[in-house]
Design a protein around this ligand. Structure first.
Ligand code: HEC
Length: 695
């Protein structure tokens, strides 16, 4: 019966529910359907889609917790998760149940009042698929629709689960099976369909967005972001045009453009918006010149068919890993006296974009951090590039870093202050590519020379990194306030009608600031670094604020976290006014590096070769210079018995069920021996340095 209600009927019901919540007792059970998603803003009790509403503003009208009361906020309950990994999900809440996800795409349904576990579902992702993700085995959350929970998995499946029991109803492979694609982003619901993207542009992939019937799991449409082999039939007009902006035989390495994070929907315009990833390979020296549409772009597709409505390329001919997959935020703003329906993005490339979402017309693009690859964006929306940075004659220092001035971390917009709140990373990357590049389709195809050790290295070592929480006025195109962060990186944001901004940090602190001026008002030590976005909901008249902790991802995988972020197992903390709960603060011990006892006959030339191979194939998980961030074993500590099985582990794949894939297709036994020699030499160096430091 509910299904036949019209919009005004639903609004009347929503009004009754809201009164019901503030008046007494539990809200009636209702389904998340199209009407509920359209009107998610009026459902203050729940948080039913990734960015709370289709606009993805992450603004909550709840204000029991406000600038006056926030000082009394305390821990109501918490839940610890099994892995020392990044936890990036935004939990969803519906009718007193909180749904969240973690490492290896595992889902939990918890009682939103107590944290008691109702069910959990493990899609049993083959752990060696970790080889095919650039940036940790993460998941950003689920979608809810008509009694089901929808989950994308690291190995590229989309799964519909019964929301009551967690039992799978359907399970489809959305990407080429066992191919180097992954899903880390949350799906969204568009008129009875589940829309999902994929990741993988560090590998030889061709990105696409697809939509599946929510009921049956049947594919409704699939839209590639970049053109394929022109000799093959079936390309859309949009992609035939896009092919004119490519040169060479780009399709052989896929082209990239994977839409791995933000997907949003405007039901009034019936347009699905999403951002596309970087080009594959990264550099146009190896990829071929041209704008390469539609990598590093914002695209709009028609909801029913997936046909392209418009595209805007933020970084034409992307050369610096400037994905355009950061959060997309919809708002209606008055700009130069005109009411505009806009889409906004704080792009990795350092510019804050405001685009007309009806037609993709460029409105403004303003730097919000230090940028050296372009001097600005011209009136047509095209970046004015720094030619020396594009040329990459030698290793080149580029700002922002390839990690982005801002990345996937949720951003929020408060209609009361008119400000957008976002984490900013002000840092640089060293881009270098070897002259004699050969691509290995079984592994990453970025073309980055990760073993570069030339003269620019010294200059790069002097580059600094810093981070802020920024409050940005998208109309005046300027900063209104910022809060400096003790460590460069921090998490997603939530803003509320209580004049608050919530954000977690690398050191595990969860902070509340006054939205109008950035005054710090409250903090709580969650014990583990935060990268995720917070959310809020209301149950029986009490407002709750929730955030996932879990410090990982590329920086952690590549750096000893001490002094750079708080390492620990994933954790969800949930707060209410007056609560006084505590979490266990665990300081993971860092035992000394033992002097290796294993003897391996290798020459200095082999060790040198091993260092290069390690940087190319192993460092992204085991850490640069064999210094692990703690998520994956530090190979300087490997036991003698491990060294005896080194070839079996690295080429034989004996640990593949635990996340150590076989590299038999990538490396010869001789090359693995060189890597082992290098690992042992680093262990010796570190053990000696530590022994010396003690005396
Ligand atoms: C995608 C991430 C990833 C990459 C890339 C990777 N590893 Fe691993 N490796 C792991 C994980 C996870 C484990 C832990 C497996 C376990 O728990 O048993 C591991 C374990 C190992 C171990 C056993 C360590 C011990 O002390 O138990 C060795 C040796 C090893 N890796 C070598 C390598 C080498 C050499 C390379 C590069 C050729 C490499 N790995 C690349 C993820 C990775």
């Amino acid at each position: 019966m509910r299904r036949n209600w019209n919009r005004s009927g639903w609004l009347a019901l929503a009004a009754v529910l809201i009164l019901g919540i503030s008046g007494c007792g539990k809200p009636a059970q209702t389904q998340v359907d199209d009407a509920a998603l359209r009107d998610a803003d009026s459902d203050t009790a729940d948080w039913i889609t990734y960015g709370r509403t289709y606009s993805e503003q992450r603004f909550s009208p709840l204000k029991q917790v406000d600038e006056q009361s926030v000082g009394k906020l305390g821990l109501a309950w918490s839940k610890d998760f099994p892995e020392i990994r990044a936890y990036e999900a935004t939990p969803l809440v519906k009718d007193g149940v909180l749904y969240t996800t973690g490492a290896w795409s595992i889902v939990w349904a918890l009682d939103a009042k107590t944290g008691a576990q109702l069910w959990t579902y493990d899609p049993k992702v083959p752990r060696d698929h970790g080889k095919y993700v650039c940036c940790d085995v993460v998941n950003r959350g689920v979608a809810l629709y008509k009694g089901r929970v929808y989950l994308g998995t690291l190995d590229g499946r989309l799964i519909g689960l019964d929301a009551k029991t967690g039992a799978p109803v359907w399970d489809v492979q959305t990407t080429p099976k066992d191919g180097p694609y992954a899903i880390t982003g949350a799906p969204i619901i568009v008129k009875g369909r589940v829309v999902i993207g994929n990741a993988g542009s560090e590998y030889a992939v061709r990105g696409f967005l697809s939509a599946y019937d929510a009921d049956t799991g049947k594919l409704a449409w699939k839209t590639y972001t970049v053109p394929g082999d022109p000799s093959q039939p079936g390309e859309s007009e949009a992609l035939k045009n896009a092919a004119k902006t490519w040169t060479g035989e780009w399709w052989k390495l896929g082209g990239g453009g994977s839409p791995w994070s933000s997907i949003v929907y405007d039901p009034d315009l019936d347009l699905v918006y999403f951002g596309t990833g970087n080009a594959a390979p990264w550099y146009d020296q190896s990829r071929g010149k041209g704008d390469n549409q539609w990598v590093a772009s914002i695209l709009a597709l028609k909801g029913d068919t997936g046909e392209q409505a418009w595209g805007y390329q933020t970084t034409p001919g992307d050369n610096w890993d400037y994905d355009s997959t950061q959060p997309l935020l919809l708002a209606n703003l008055k700009i130069d006296g005109r009411d505009r329906r806009v889409i906004m993005q704080a792009n990795k490339n350092g510019f804050f974009y405001v685009i007309d979402r009806e037609n993709g017309a460029f409105i403004s693009g303003t730097p919000y951090t230090d940028v050296n690859w372009a001097t600005g964006i011209d009136a047509n929306g095209r970046p004015m590039e720094n030619a020396a940075i594009r040329a990459m004659k030698d290793a080149t220092i580029v700002r922002p870093a390839s990690e982005g001035a801002h990345n996937w971390h949720p951003i929020s917009f408060n209609p009361q202050t008119g400000l957008v709140y976002l984490a900013v990373l002000n840092s640089a990357s060293l881009h270098a590519t070897p002259k004699d590049l050969k691509f290995n389709p079984h592994d990453q195809v970025t073309g980055v020379d990760r073993a570069y050790h030339g003269p620019v290295m010294d200059k790069y070592a002097k580059e600094t990194a810093s981070g802020t929480l920024l409050a940005w006025d998208p109309v005046a195109r300027k900063e209104v306030w910022h809060a400096d962060q003790p460590f460069p990186k921090s998490g997603g944001t939530l803003t509320t009608a209580g004049n608050l901004v919530f954000q977690g940090r690398a050191d595990g602190k969860f902070e509340a600031y006054r939205a109008t001026d950035g005054k710090p008002l409250w903090e709580f030590d969650t014990g583990v670094g935060v990268v995720a976005g917070p959310m809020t909901y209301s149950l029986d008249g009490t407002q709750y604020v929730a955030v996932m902790s879990g410090w990982g991802g590329p920086t952690v995988l590549n750096n000893r976290p001490i002094g750079k972020g708080k390492m620990g197992r994933g954790r969800l903390t949930v707060y209410t006014l007056g609560a006084t709960g505590k979490v266990e603060i665990v300081d993971l011990p860092v035992p000394p590096i033992p002097m290796p006892t294993f003897k391996l006959a290798v020459t200095p030339a082999q060790v040198k070769d091993g260092a290069k191979l390690f940087a190319t194939y192993c460092a992204r998980c085991h850490g640069a210079n064999v210094v692990s961030g703690g998520e994956v074993p530090d190979l300087r500590r490997s036991a003698e018995s491990t060294h005896k099985s080194f070839q079996d582990i690295v080429r034989g794949g004996v640990l593949h069920e635990f996340g150590m894939a076989s590299f038999a297709e990538d490396l010869t036994a001789e090359q693995v021996k060189s890597i082992e020699g290098y690992v042992l030499s680093r262990a010796k160096e570190s053990a000696m340095a530590e022994a010396k430091a003690k005396h």
